[in-house]
Write a protein that binds this ligand. Structure first.
Ligand code: DGJ
Length: 729
């Protein structure tokens, strides 16, 4: 993970265990990208950065240096206005109203460790010797604007964390219009773009397409990272698969509106950039002030998408997620949402908890409807006081009743919201995001609290904190069920209105930091109508996320498979729900529902009291099996074997770090007549070791299992699955 600087060649070589990232300062001014890929011994070689004379349509900053055109230079942090016509990483409006700026090299420092990003989530280190950081300071002499580009390399990860901090030394206010976190200019084209898109209940489906000349990208303008697009893109070489080929990942540690794009230019090079969405964004930076842009985590793997994912998984599991639960196995839970919706009382809850205790379930989660007068979704958000009609003895009493059955007690909140029909709204109608005189557009009959305001954030900290302190609460589900409209704040002056959405995120992060550190013994799970905010920003505060409101086992194959491109298994909530499924009305087998959910943080989302005797036996066995497996599942290395996006069957496996154990799961959606005999080729095992496969007689070489495969038994009927546990002998 060393970072070295060759003064003579003005070249930086950033090394991770298996990769190199090389940049150089051209003409003492322009930070240029040279290389990113498999580790190199040397950072300089003949022709490493080759410049050619181009037509006058790509102008040159120095007329005497005809080979140097900013339009053709592979740049580390490009601007717009003085020669580069590609997608810029930054743009400012200066006091004179102009928007041209040119940030060039001023100085740099290399040091052990990784500084925190002020007010923002980020990856971190536990000791300085785990990382090295290069800070490259660029300046625009004409305006006095400064940008400090930060690159951190990790001792144990093939990731590079990049971020940017702006400082205004101009003596006058400057408006930042665009502040992307990272930009990389590849010296070639021919890549394919991989990203995750979808919709509510259909999140993070994998999309892959060949890049063509021009700009292609994804973004969210919703004020949250969104169900529709995830703050992640990858470039892959054509033909790159799960275990081979180049994969370059770009993941943004942010939960608000973002943009990521890939642009192939006239010279067949490719620029990728990611960061805060410049759309409807502006930030007034006063003299002497600084602005921190979010962190982007860049990962290269020559072992395809699988290698890239495993790097993200390990880094995000151990150096993005925090707190007591980071390394702790997660409890098997039951959530009452699909069991009761709003129609519950203390006895009903206690009965579910009692049934849970017989099945081995460890945590009961009381979902929406326990506060205010919330008998449906039209009211009471913001009034975080227990509804004594439903729970006459209060929360503390209910939690203790649940505890008496041997289960811990968890609670749902949606703290960022306000119902127009609430005491809070009646008292503070200006506390929501709004634009004076305009309609306050509702979503699910609710408005969004203005978290750019300190008083609103403090209210959330006090009220949620008060409830958490009032009862033995071991888990919180932090929900958020709509996107932003009329994004404006009653407290911000006109010139700062376009800061509202980002200030909201900073406010939210402060709230989360305060509450999660005040209640370190609580396991927090984030949720936004399922996976509408499944992003690295939220994972920094809450180590798991409710993956999707769609709990149908067949739909979950795609959702969980897609999510795993970036996010570790330990971050994915996955529950068995009732049939017919409430979202798609499918009748998947209990076995398949269990097997899909076991490839995540396992739980149930149904009325446990309604199981038949036979189902109770099966469920108790599922819970017991998961408890045996969960250390491996939650903290092992994931290998995706068969993609649900490519056929009727899906398979993945999880291997322990020392390769002594593995869990393999295979799913077949529809029955087929005269189906071929399926040899499932495994991955990630030790080829020299021998393994026992439970349920299959004999001992198999790791090489046999990976190169020949494991035969899948005949499965009968639709929606079937099979799992195996492997142990090294
Ligand atoms: C949306 C969540 O995703 C659901 O799981 C549930 O908590 C509802 N909100 C409750 O309103």
């Amino acid at each position: 993970m060393t970072i070295t600087f060759d003064n003579e060649r003005q070249t930086f070589h950033l090394r991770t265990p298996n990769t190199s990232y090389i940049l150089t300062i051209v003409e003492g001014q322009y930070p240029a990208h040279v290389y990113w890929g498999s580790g190199l011994r040397s950072a300089s070689w003949p022709g490493g950065l080759t410049l050619r004379e181009r037509a006058s349509f790509s102008p040159t900053p120095d007329p005497d240096k005809s080979r140097l055109s900013l339009d053709a230079l592979p740049q580390e942090y490009p601007g717009y206005g003085s020669g580069d016509f590609r997608n810029p990483a930054y743009q400012f409006t200066l006091a004179d109203g102009t928007t041209v700026a040119e940030l060039v090299y001023r100085d740099h420092r290399i040091f052990a460790g990784k500084p925190k990003l002020e007010g923002l989530p980020s990856t971190y280190t536990e000791s300085d010797d785990e990382t090295q950081t290069l800070e490259l300071t660029l300046h625009d002499a004409h305006s006095g604007m400064l940008a400090v580009l930060s690159y951190t390399t990790f001792r144990d990860s093939d990731a590079i964390a990049r971020s940017v901090r702006y400082v205004n030394e101009s003596g006058q206010p400057v408006r930042i219009r665009r502040a992307l976190s990272a930009s990389v200019d590849f010296n070639r084209d021919g890549f394919e773009l991989v990203h995750l898109n979808g919709a509510w209940a259909n999140e993070r489906h994998i999309s892959r397409r060949a890049l063509v000349q021009g700009q292609q990208g994804i973004e969210s303008r919703r004020g949250s990272s969104s169900h529709q697009h995830n703050p992640f893109v990858a470039l892959v070489s054509p033909g790159a698969g799960e275990e081979q080929g180049d994969a370059y990942g770009f993941s943004l540690v942010y939960s608000g509106s973002f943009a990521a794009s890939a642009e192939v230019d006239q010279f067949h090079t490719t620029r990728v950039s990611i960061g805060l969405n410049p759309f409807d964004f502006e930030w007034q930076l006063d003299p002497g002030q600084s602005f921190q842009a979010p962190e982007a985590v860049l990962v290269y793997s020559n072992e395809g998408l699988g290698g890239m994912s495993r790097t993200y998984h390990r880094l995000y599991r151990t150096r993005l997620c925090r707190g007591e639960f980071r390394d702790r196995t997660r409890p098997v839970l039951v959530n009452n949402w699909e069991a009761t919706y709003f129609d519950f009382n203390a006895d009903k809850i206690a009965a579910i908890a009692e049934a849970g205790s017989r099945l081995g379930i460890e945590l009961f989660v009381l979902d929406d409807g326990w506060f205010g007068r919330r008998n449906d979704d039209t009211t009471s958000l913001g009034d975080w006081k227990v509804d004594l009609n439903k729970l006459p003895q209060g929360l503390d009493d209910l939690a203790k009743r649940v505890n008496a059955h041997g289960l811990q007690f968890g609670l749902w909140f949606e703290p960022e919201m306000i119902s127009p029909d609430s005491d809070l709204y009646r008292a503070h109608p200006d506390w929501c995001l709004h634009v004076e005189g305009r309609r306050r557009t509702q979503g699910r009959r609710q408005l969004i609290l203005d978290l750019s305001r300190q008083d609103v954030c403090d209210y959330i900290i006090d009220t949620v904190g008060g409830v958490l302190a009032s009862a033995p609460i071991a888990y919180v589900k932090w929900d958020m069920n709509r996107n932003m409209t009329e994004i404006g704040s009653a407290l911000l002056p006109p010139e700062r209105q376009r800061e509202t959405a980002h200030r909201y995120m900073l406010g939210l992060y402060r709230v989360l930091e305060t509450i999660t550190s005040r209640f370190p013994h609580i396991l927090f799970e984030s949720c936004s109508g399922g996976g509408g905010r499944f992003d690295p920003g939220m994972l920094h505060y809450m180590p798991q996320t409710w993956t999707s409101d769609n709990s149908d086992a067949v739909c979950r194959l795609k959702i969980q498979y897609g999510t795993s491109l970036v996010y570790p298994i330990s971050s994915m909530g996955a529950h068995v729900s009732a049939v017919p499924n409430h979202q798609v009305h499918r009748m998947a087998s209990l076995k398949m529902r269990g097997d899909v959910a076991m490839s995540g943080n396992f739980g149930y989302e149904l009325d446990l009291t309604k199981f038949t005797d036979e189902e109770q036996v099966e469920v108790a066995a599922q819970v017991a099996a998961y408890k045996e497996l969960r250390e491996l599942v939650q903290f092992g290395d994931l290998y995706r074997l068969k993609s649900p996006f490519e056929g009727n069957d899906t398979a993945w496996m999880i291997v322990s770090a020392d390769k002594s154990e593995a869990f393999v799961a295979y799913f077949r959606v529809l029955a087929q007549p005269n189906a071929p005999i399926e040899w499932l080729r495994l991955a990630g095992l030790d080829p020299k070791a021998d393994y026992e496969v439970d349920g299959v007689e004999g001992v198999f070489g790791g090489d046999q299992l990976m190169f020949a495969g494991l035969v899948i038994d005949d499965l009968h009927g639709d929606f079937q699955s099979a799992t195996w546990r492997l142990k090294r002998v």
